[in-house]
Design a protein around this ligand. Structure first.
Ligand code: SAH
Length: 246
């Protein structure tokens, strides 16, 4: 069996119990070395065969899985955060389907949740936003025109932008035109890692601050008025509200 496991955002305690148990029992581990915390490998069993997929192409990854499966070994395939978000797991799963190799996906704590936690903010505060848009800007992977930042910004929802910190200046400029230049924005570098950094500002000054902090990768951009000091209390804990959802 192949287990695609969400390794969480960085802190080794943020893998799920299920993911950790599987990692402890698999004979082969393939981890996404550029983002998965290597400290997680301490949970792997003694003598487990470890591959770093940062240096492998899709064929090599599938071959390693196939090889293990044919020997009766289980594989823990560790992806950063939650594997369903920019995880490139679809093509791996389809390749396994073709080979009739069974697999399961174990979700993980995505970096956008981790960023909300370290910022100590609710991403969906009443009175500001009840919607979270997870997106990225075009890099090597194109983004459909309908999903351009300009189009998404019109909703003024909470936005978490992945894989795009190297374009912070352009992003802040584009968003300012729609959200307004004094809208708050936060950049979280390596949320929950020991060297985590948080930079906060507005759409007009964030690019400069990010440059000063020397952040150019592994960062999430969070934009929206959920970061402001104004919001409404939720009806959930309101004294006069019925309790069925508490
Ligand atoms: N599946 C992952 C995302 C993979 S794409 C998840 O659910 O989080 C890689 C991008 O995720 C990075 O470019 C960065 O934008 C973001 N990212 C991953 N881990 C992060 C972390 N610990 N802190 C901040 N951003 C992170």
């Amino acid at each position: 069996m192949i287990y695609f496991i969400g390794a969480g955002p960085g802190d080794v305690e943020l893998i799920t119990i299920k993911g950790k148990k599987l990692l402890e029992n698999c004979d082969v581990v393939i981890y996404a070395g550029s983002l998965v915390n290597p400290e997680l490998l301490k949970y792997a069993k003694d003598g487990a065969k470890i591959y770093n997929s940062a240096t492998m192409n899709l064929d090599e990854i599938i071959n390693a899985m196939k090889d293990a499966f044919e020997k009766g070994a289980d594989v823990a395939r560790l992806h950063t955060g939650d594997p369903s978000i920019y995880g490139a797991i679809r093509e791996q799963m389809e390749a396994l389907d073709k080979l009739a190799i069974p697999y399961e996906v174990i979700p993980g704590v995505s970096s956008f949740s981790a960023a909300g936690a370290v910022l100590k903010r609710e991403l969906t505060v009443p009175g500001q936003s009840q919607t979270i848009i997870l997106t990225r800007v075009e890099g090597r992977t194109p983004v459909p025109e309908e999903e351009s930042l300009n189009a998404l910004a019109k909703h003024k929802a909470t936005m978490a932008i992945f894989l795009s910190i190297n374009q912070i200046e352009k992003i802040a400029g584009d968003l300012a035109k729609v959200y307004g230049s004094d809208t708050p924005i936060a950049v979280v570098y390596k949320a929950t890692w020991e060297d985590q950094k948080i930079v906060q500002g507005t759409l007009s000054d964030i690019a400069e601050k990010v440059k000063e902090a020397g952040i150019c990768k592994t960062a999430l951009i969070l934009v929206g008025n959920f970061l402001s000091d104004e919001y409404d209390f939720s009806c959930l804990y309101n004294k006069t509200f019925s309790h069925e959802y508490r």
